[in-house]
Design a binder for this molecule. Sequence first.
Ligand code: COA
Length: 272
Amino acid sequence: MPDVFQPDTSFADGKILKSITDGVGVITFNNPDKRNAMSLEMWEGFGRALTELRDDDAVRVVILRGAGGKAFVSGADISQFEKTRHNAAASEEYAKRSAAERALLADYPKPTIACIQGFCLGGGMQVAMLADIRIASHDSQFGIPAAKLGIAYGFDGLRNLVSLVGPSWARLLMYTGMRIDAVEALRIGLVERVIPEGELWGETMAIAVAISENAPLAIKAAKITIAQVLKDESRRDMDAVRTIGTACMDSEDFREGRQAFMEKRKPQFRGR
Ligand code: COA
């Protein structure tokens, strides 16, 4: 994974970096001295980077990664806890301050990929699980050590964990606070692919570029529909599914897609 990344913009005193290459937006958690532990300022910066990439029409997919080669994100910055998360009331306030950013990622309109090398723990798992796809290196490790710290992990994080790995693995991980390696993470469905360290970035970019070359509305339709599949039936927004389905099937891109197939050429999609 390239460590020195040319960021277009940085936030949170350089601890969140944002760059764009070939239609692929990249956000780097850049606090390697603390294994990319997330401070509240980093959450805010992360939200700003997500918003800018969301609003940039040139960006079709976003990769999240950690700097330094040792961690994706090692969780919330525990050094802030004594001041900002020392009891239930402070904890609620703390959660509120990062809630908007988590919601932004949960409802992100573009595909997101977590590119994970090294430790992915606690709040880092929350970020990774909110991404659409997780690609990890062989040397990555995963865990939610909430029980080792005495923290109640929130509903949304656990819902995502249960939906990925099932309730029994969720219980094993939560009760023990154990760390698992990439092979186990792959086996239980926590990550989609495991790649040797030296190839992680190239493979992740290849997936991102493949996504960025496909029809944006078709991807949006898949993203919206899968999100509704995951909701309780009573809370599903089937109008959203129909609306994006209609937009997709009436789109210039669908015409381009079928013409390009017939003419044996690569389609040029424009997202409309
Ligand atoms: N918050 C604050 N600081 C953290 C941190 C976190 N979540 N994770 C790591 N750090 C800091 C360490 O305190 C250490 O700081 P120091 O150099 O000033 O002593 C530095 O990052 C390097 O960590 P270290 O433990 O020496 O590195 P390691 O490679 O041996 O282990 C971890 C890395 C991530 C396994 C280990 O630091 C750890 O368990 N961190 C806590 C993870 C956690 O509980 N996350 C959930 C929070 S809700």
